[in-house]
Design a protein around this ligand. Structure first.
Ligand code: GTP
Length: 400
């Protein structure tokens, strides 16, 4: 075969034909370059179908097919095949998946030798293996098989064009096929790379989501077993319930008095609303620090939740409990925060329950839940009576 483009073999070409062929080739190149491997297809076979139908529509190739290399088994599997007639009629009837071993037939040889194989006359060429083509009426007269490589020069598969007439293809077709196979190689490489990246992203996302769930579960676990309030560093409600059981046991056993204070910052919502949550947090931290200075080692101080704190004064008479509560209320009144031109102060309402034989002989004997409930009732009364005050629980409150 001469090196120059040879129009002598097969078809006679006039100048007009050459221009038409050139235009067709440019159209094919344009369409191939426009195939969107990212969005339009999510299956490699579909991408190859589109590429082949582009080839066939713009070129005088009667039939195109693509054989993908299955590297593990060293076979070439026919994933798609189209004839000009099928593209025109929008059919894909005659496609029957065949396969060749690497080295077997024209297609297998193209893969093995990694070079284009041109069979001018299939009936006479020993390299051509019929493999059932004659039976289904697809027996070609001539065929060109061209290996297609990925960007990393690994073999992807073999592109074939065939025509019922022998000696049909010319140097022109060969040159075009060299261009098309490069474009096809790029297209498939990009497609694989893109989808590999997608899979990697999806797998990483799944791993991250799993890690996030694990962290969340661990966080919840540690929060569940933690007895400390994260914001203020005080003990939390869980610790309180453990401690009050022990305090009550001491009271039962040794007749020790104790006082329970439930303290609630007045109108705390407006602090958040007017100055923001971060400032609200700071107020909670500062009040918690102040409360720390008001308790002894044996007492129990907890953040009960939100803007509510609880103290158990152990071994403390009712009179002392009221005195301590008053002192706390006044100390809180002394606190202030400067925010631009605003000097911000807060007040605190305190409900008190005394567990003291001397002063509360006439009180019903209360369990833990009742004690908290009584202190809460006293707090509610303090709020109702105008806030910024201490109210001790008494039987009268139940009647109120
Ligand atoms: N900044 C901050 N605000 C909190 C936190 N926990 C609870 N709060 C807020 O505390 C406010 C409590 O509001 P309310 O229950 O309406 O009570 P109040 O405004 O203090 O009014 P009174 O109790 O009736 O005097 C709500 O706005 C909560 O969002 C916290 O950890 N940080």
């Amino acid at each position: 075969m001469p090196e120059n483009i040879n129009y002598e073999i097969g078809v006679e070409h006039g100048m007009e034909d050459i221009v038409v062929d050139l235009m067709n080739s440019l159209s094919t190149i344009k369409e191939l370059s426009e195939l969107n491997y990212q969005l339009s297809v999510n299956d490699e076979k579909l991408l190859l179908d589109k590429a082949l139908s582009t080839l066939i529509q713009n070129q005088d190739m009667e039939r195109c097919s693509f054989f993908l290399l299955n590297e593990d088994e060293q076979v070439l599997v026919n994933v798609t095949g189209l004839s000009y007639f099928e593209v025109l009629e929008d059919l894909n009837e005659s496609f029957q998946s065949r396969q060749f071993k690497v080295g077997e037939g024209i297609i297998g040889l193209a893969a093995e030798k990694k070079t284009l194989q041109h069979c001018h006359n299939c009936r006479e060429d020993e390299r051509f293996i019929n493999n059932g083509a004659e039976m289904d009426g697809a027996m070609p007269g001539s065929i060109i098989s061209v290996p297609v490589f990925a960007a990393n020069l690994e073999l992807i598969g073999v592109l074939n064009i065939s025509h019922p007439e022998p000696y049909y293809f010319t140097e022109w077709h060969i040159r075009l096929l060299e261009i098309y196979k490069n474009m096809l190689g790029q297209l498939i490489s990009n497609y694989r790379l893109f989808h590999q990246m997608e899979r990697q992203i999806a797998s990483r996302t799944t791993k991250l989501e799993r890690a996030y769930k694990d962290i969340k579960r661990l966080k919840e676990h540690y929060e569940n077993i933690s007895v400390l309030d994260q914001l203020t560093g005080l003990y939390n409600r869980r610790y309180f319930y453990n401690q009050i059981k022990m305090t009550m046991a001491g009271y039962e056993r040794y007749g020790q008095a104790m006082c329970l204070l439930i303290m609630d910052i007045d109108h705390f919502k407006s602090i958040n609303d007017n100055y923001g949550h971060i400032f609200g947090d700071q107020v909670l931290i500062d009040i918690a620090n102040l409360l720390k200075t008001q308790v002894r080692h044996a007492d129990v101080l907890v953040r009960f939740g939100g803007e509510e704190f609880v103290i158990i004064f152990t071994n403390t008479s009712c009179a002392n409990g009221i005195m301590f509560a008053e002192r706390i209320r006044k100390e809180v009144n002394q606190l202030f925060w400067q925010k631009k031109d605003d000097s911000i102060r807060v007040t605190m309402s305190i409900g008190l329950y005394c567990h003291d034989n001397d002063c509360c002989q006439s009180m019903p004997r209360a369990n833990i839940d009742q004690i908290i409930h009584y202190a809460d009732m006293a707090l509610y009364a303090a709020k109702k009576r105008g806030r910024n005050q201490v109210v001790k629980f008494s039987k009268e409150l139940i009647e109120e």
